[in-house]
Design a binder for this molecule. Structure first.
Ligand SMILES: [Zn+2]
Ligand SMILES: [Zn+2]
Length: 117
């Protein structure tokens, strides 16, 4: 709202401090009887709380991309697109008893297979 610029706690007409919004749906200035609907107040709060989620999503996507195509390419045939050439890489599991898991990533379609050694 254009008449509503600046601090929402003060009356834009006379500069008097406005009362806290209560159960009524308007806030009325006690000095000059200027009246503001409460929907303006809740609109301001929504603007300041929406921002965070997209940042978390993009950091997860970056980790997956990093995992994709590192390591030597071997002559293994992809079981999804049937082309030869898959990246070979291993990942040590947290417990040493479980040994390594070998991953193959298709360089053509990025399909991923794994084998436990
Ligand atoms: Zn006023
Ligand atoms: Zn493939």
């Amino acid at each position: 709202m254009s008449y509503f610029g600046g601090d929402p706690n003060f009356c834009p007409e006379c500069g008097n401090i406005l009362p806290v919004p209560g159960i009524q749906d308007t806030v009325r200035c006690p000095r000059c009887a200027f009246c503001i609907p409460i929907t303006d107040f809740s609109g301001l709060e929504i603007h300041s709380t929406v921002i965070f989620n997209p940042v978390e999503l993009s950091s997860v996507a970056l980790e997956d991309k990093d995992f994709d195509l590192k390591g030597p390419v071997i002559d293994r045939r992809c079981s999804r697109c049937n082309k030869e050439g898959m990246v070979y890489h291993t990942r040590q599991m947290r417990s040493a008893d479980e040994g390594q898991t070998v991953f193959f990533t298709c360089t053509n379609c990025r399909y991923q297979e794994k084998e436990d050694s």
